[in-house]
Structure formats: C-alpha cells, structure tokens
Design a binder for this molecule. Structure first.
Ligand code: K1U
Ligand code: ZN
Length: 186
C-alpha cells in the first residue's frame, strides 16, 4: 500500500470527467487500498480517485466518528438516481483545497446507484453527512468542486490564493497546513 500525493487546485486534472471502471481485478483493489491509506493519512472522510491523479469513477469514504471503529466504504461508478427537493447546508472542506471550508447547500437526501469491489450493483438511500459526502465525491468524478457552488467573489478569492501558491511551487498539501483554527479566506 502507498500514500499518494493529493492534487491541489488549480491542477487541471481535477476538472476531468472520470472514466467508468470496467475491470474488477487486483489492480483495482490495489488502487482502492492506496486511496484508503491516502484518505486516512490526510485525514479525510472521503476521496475520489481523480484527486490522486487517476481519473476513474472510484470513491472511498469512512464516516465513522473518532471513538468508533473504522467503517470503510467503496463506491464505484456511482451515480445519483434521485434527489430530494428539500435541501440541507453543511460546511464542506476538500482535500484538494486545503484549509478552506464553506457552507454548501445541496439536496438533503439522494438515492445513489453504485458497484462494489466485486462489480455487484447496489442502491442506497442517503441522508445527513452520507448524502453530502456522496454528492461531493460524485461531483469530483464529474470534474466539479464544492467551490463551484459558492459566490463568484469567494471562488475568485480562493482561486487567486491557490494560483499564487502554485506559481511559488507550493503544490503539496503540507504547504497549506496551519495550526490556527482560522479556516476562512478574506
Ligand atoms: O473529497 C474530499 O476532498 C474529501 C473531503 C470530503 C468532504 C468533507 C466535508 C463535506 C463533504 C465532503 C474531506 O474529507 S475534507 C476533511 C474533513 O472533512 C474531515 C477530516 C478529518 C476529520 C473530519 C472531517
Ligand atoms: Zn473534495
């Protein structure tokens, strides 16, 4: 297993539309193992393969709380098949946009169809953090980032900061880690 580098905006790979998984083989399991190791090390509660530079429709997730046992989940070729009209707001973060958090409003409930590691199809009815996280990760597989839902003013400020950092050569998440609880830009 290996911890892979997580891509940071404005890396163009993050805007690619990921390809569906067709083969449920050992190579897929190794990639998923690496994704979990990378996600837990970050730490994060979700990760899409494109965030480690592999534009394939693979999502890892673990929503267990600190005092609970690990609860790893894998969603392959996931798609939203139904969304509720009622909406909920959650302060989202993204491992590809370190140290930036903003409230995002999304459908409160979604049905998601996906395949497991054996290629078997499932459909789940998700609400709460699972619904939010699934939508965030499925967006990644479609080249969409949570900053696409915030105001243009805020998005432009975030992009400006990260473009400037990329010019300096700060393309790893470590460059953005801070010890302060202050998450906001501007
Ligand atoms: O996809 C990603 O970039 C991962 C992202 C998932 C996510 C977070 C919040 C709302 C929707 C989707 C993260 O994991 S950001 C880090 C994070 O939320 C967290 C990290 C450690 C403990 C608890 C939360
Ligand atoms: Zn993200």
């Amino acid at each position: 297993m290996a911890i892979r580098d997580i891509l940071i905006i404005p890396d163009k790979t993050l805007r690619l539309i990921s390809e569906p998984v067709m083969r449920f083989d050992k190579e897929l399991r190794t990639l998923v193992d690496d994704m979990f190791e990378t996600m837990y090390a970050a730490p994060g509660i979700g990760l899409a393969a494109v965030q480690i530079g592999v534009p394939r429709r693979i999502i890892t997730m673990d929503l267990a709380k600190k005092d609970e046992p690990k609860a790893p989940q894998v969603f392959i070729n996931a798609e939203v098949t139904w969304k509720s009209d009622d909406r909920s707001t959650y302060e989202e973060g993204c491992l590809s946009i370190p140290e930036y958090y903003e409230e995002v409003e999304r459908p409160a409930r979604v049905k998601v169809r996906y395949l497991d590691l054996d290629g078997k199809q499932h459909e789940i009815d998700a609400d709460g953090l699972l619904a939010t996280c699934l939508q965030h990760e499925i967006d990644h597989t479609n080249g969409i980032l949570f900053i696409d839902y915030i105001s243009k003013l805020k998005r432009d400020m975030v992009l400006k900061k990260f473009k400037k950092a990329a010019k300096r050569g700060d393309t790893s998440r470590a460059a953005y880690e801070s010890n302060t609880p202050e998450h906001r830009i501007g």
